[in-house]
Design a protein around this ligand. Sequence first.
Ligand code: G3I
Length: 385
Amino acid sequence: MLSCRFTILTAMLAASLAAAAQTSTTLKDAYRSSFHVGAAINEAQIAGTDARGAEIAATQFDSITPENVLKWERVHPKPGVYSFDLPDKYVAFGEKHHMFIVGHCLVWHSQVPDWVFEDGTGKPLTRDALLKRLRDHIFTVVGRYKGRIQSWDVVNEALNDDGTLRQSKWLKIIGDDYIEKAFEYAHEADPQAQLNYNDYSLENEAKGRGAIALIEKLQAEGIPVAAVGIQGHDSLDWPSIEQEDASIAAFAKLGVKVAISELDIDVLPPVAPGSADVSMTLKADPKLDPYVNGLPDAVQEALAKRYAALFRVYLKHRAELSRVTFWGVTDGDSWRNNWPVRGRTSYPLLFDRSGQPKQAFYAVIQAAARPGLSHGSDAIPIEGR
Ligand code: G3I
């Protein structure tokens, strides 16, 4: 009896996936009435040297985030020297394709050159001098794209895992209010832009609590924080569906929008679930890289189910979500191939290394068509359930 039911379900699943495979539905069309579906795009896609990746981005997504080109070390590598060639192309790409354009990121502890924190003799800057440098940077970068970049990750990853403030150079030199100042400067530079606080592991209790306290503090001070970016560097079993659901609800309750801002799902042996601490590096080990010759069907299917389950949670919160952005276009582009172990073969996204949609892509499309399924279920929505 059980095996008969299993066979029928399997046949229905195969039929459903085959039907989806033939559909020309795109991610952005499937979710158009719910939220933007975005992707982080890299230098090659922006410059056009990866024409296939750029084409997938243009066809499938209606929002973009620059994976790296607007980070301080890239856009402002030396005092007084700005490098706007790729950022200009990035914004032009988004405008050409009528996308919701995100800026990432203005203040981060990482990828900021040392000179930013030092005077001409190498001594640490004073609070006032660093605030002036921060203001100049924000006015120059945000000001250049005023009215064109609609949403900015103003402060990125300011919290430790226990929810306390990270002891970054920004905090050590300026004090806790560097966060407020960054939001004030960004708001002054473009009053219409949606300003975001962005971080990873916010689904974990302590860090989530820290983020809620931070947003409440900013709100009490009248700081215009409009959205929280839950990055979403997930794995097959972290966060739980309940954690994701509760986390989105908790931020939405504060009256801010929520963006799933850097979504990907790690299928490799877990090394640091939920973390995206870029300073972490581990030694290569074949045991940590088991799928160099391809992803087994069972894992492919587990990934599809996991994506479908998460998208059902996002759909439940469609009124509170502004966008769901994947951190990369194809598996080959993903930072996951190099973190926290360099040179692994990772499979975290919806398009494979040759740009073909994976089973997870069809599962995400199908989730939009059948939003009513139980949010706790990890089953791919199929006909008759
Ligand atoms: O482009 C250079 C290349 O010219 C050089 O030969 C090579 C040698 O290492 O480095 C290349 O740059 C690398 C770049 O990615 C592009 O691949 C940098 O070393 C590397 O540090 C950089 O990593 C990025 C990381 O942030 C640090 O900025 C990842 O691409 C990017 O996906 C990742 O994104 C972060 C978000 O901004 C914030 N949240 C976490 C997320 C994942 O770590």
